[in-house]
Design a protein. Structure first.
Length: 292
């Protein structure tokens, strides 16, 4: 009898030691045997996902500016070490943090994937250029890897309930457009982009529904006039940007949102950088406030 019990205990122990959390990431199958505790993330959307679970990353590619993480997310996590820019994270700093997992972006970090794997197991997911649905899929995978699948599914479910409530209150048939303006140009975010996807989730019509291939669409003033959004939300990076040049042209006043005073300046850090459930709900709150 003792021998049978011993054998069963040994088998159970062996199973626990070999148990793995596994997901399909952008590189194939990703498995990890232990629940990660020291996590470095290389995009802001992954910070949102961890914050939703109350998990603090030890390192963040925050472009050297902690204020690029919105307060609603920052308040849920502890202070972190900056590992540099999202496009060119500092591998030496990442290594010094002794992470047991890195979460990287497919578009930005595929070229350094092998280098990252030498430091720690690297989960590579969509982030830059992701859609709203892409983000929720990535969030779910992070929940599985952190051994918090049930909790994350509950959070996603509660998020949808809140977004449904926002959609019911907003209930507009107007055309909407979010864009980023900088010294480099004016870029419209299509329904394929995160902000466009959030608007679509809320039942709002895009001013550029035909743009189904690209998330980000560089635009001239003439192209913007043709789109003619009823609500135009613009996040500016800088004091003098492309949209300021647009405003000098008589064409600017032909846009419905300008004529109806529904041109709105928004925070690009919220609307473009901090993608995730927390950010999406704040965006929904802002839309509910401004829609007439």
């Amino acid at each position: 009898m003792f021998k049978i019990i011993t054998t069963c205990l040994f088998a159970l122990l062996s199973f626990n030691l070999s148990a793995q959390n596994t997901v399909q990431d952008e590189m194939g199958e990703f498995s990890i045997e232990t629940t990660p505790k020291r996590i470095v993330v290389l995009e802001f959307s992954f910070v949102d996902a961890l914050a939703s679970l109350g998990v603090s990353p030890v390192g963040v590619a925050d472009d050297g500016d902690a204020n690029r993480v919105i307060p609603a997310i920052k308040s849920k996590i502890s202070a972190w070490t900056s590992v540099g820019g999202r496009s060119t994270p500092n591998l030496e700093i990442i290594s010094s943090l002794k992470p047991d997992m890195i979460i990287a972006d497919m578009e930005r970090h595929a070229t350094i994937y092998e280098d990252l794997k030498k430091i720690a197991p690297t989960l590579i997911l969509k982030s830059r250029g992701e859609s709203y649905k892409d983000n929720l899929a990535a969030v779910a995978k992070i929940g599985i890897i952190l051994d918090q699948d049930a909790k994350m599914q509950q959070l996603i479910g509660a998020h949808h309930v809140r977004m449904d409530a926002f959609a019911k209150k907003i209930n507009s048939d107007k055309k909407f457009l979010f864009a980023i303006s900088s010294t480099r140009g004016f870029t419209m975010h299509s329904p394929k982009a995160y902000a466009g996807g959030v608007m679509e989730r809320l039942g709002l019509r895009s001013a550029i529904p035909e743009e189904t291939e690209k998330a980000y669409v560089r635009s001239t003033l003439e192209r913007l006039v043709k789109a003619n959004p009823d609500y135009l939300l613009v996040g500016e990076y800088g004091d003098q940007t492309a949209v300021d040049d647009f405003k000098k042209s008589p064409l600017w006043n032909m846009i419905s949102s300008v004529k109806n005073k529904t041109y709105l300046e928004t925070n690009p850090i919220l609307w473009s950088l901090n993608r995730g459930m927390i950010a999406a709900e704040i965006m929904a709150q802002e839309l509910q406030t401004v829609i007439k």
